[in-house]
Ligand binder design. Sequence first.
Ligand SMILES: [Zn+2]
Length: 209
Amino acid sequence: MDNTQKLIELFKEFPGIGPRQAKRFVYFLLNRNPAYANDLAKLLTEVRSTIHSCDTCFRFFPNTDNTTCSVCRDTTHDKKLLMLVSHDVDFENIEKTHFYNGYYFILGGTVPILEKNPEKRIRQNDLINVIEKKIKNLPAQTGGLTEIIMALNYNPEGENTLSYLIQILKPITDKNKIKISTLGRGLSTGTELEYSDSDTIKNALKNRQ
Ligand SMILES: [Zn+2]
């Protein structure tokens, strides 16, 4: 396999990119001046060493001297609330509404229907560890976790992820009397959080059930 083909194969792994688009990316890069490709290559290496995953919510943030992101470090957020989202972009969209003041956990994916290894598609173990740690550090009676909000897409894969999460979290939520809520029907069927505007998300949060 020559380098062109190797690069095509790499681009094909990007979300939503098929072989034809991957090929177009490669020829686009070859047609641009060399500085463009050099800048891109440099940035690709740098982004991995300067951006880190938060050890509590697992979202990506610029590396400072901390292993925990600014949201998780901010103790003024509502400790009773934990919101689960699939991706970093969903987190960004919800933060933009300035309506939610609790904490987050980024699942890092979704569970497709009929998936044989759902535990490999989301950060299942990390999620359970984070929830257990939260409960242990601050019990509900003293202002700790009382509600987990599932902010997932309203499409079949999102719904499937939701039922899977409810199933795996049930032993913990039942035992600790934690309510599981889902976004209200401000979002219509097929809606993806990534493409929802602030007002829609705000309403869905307000009407969560
Ligand atoms: Zn964090």
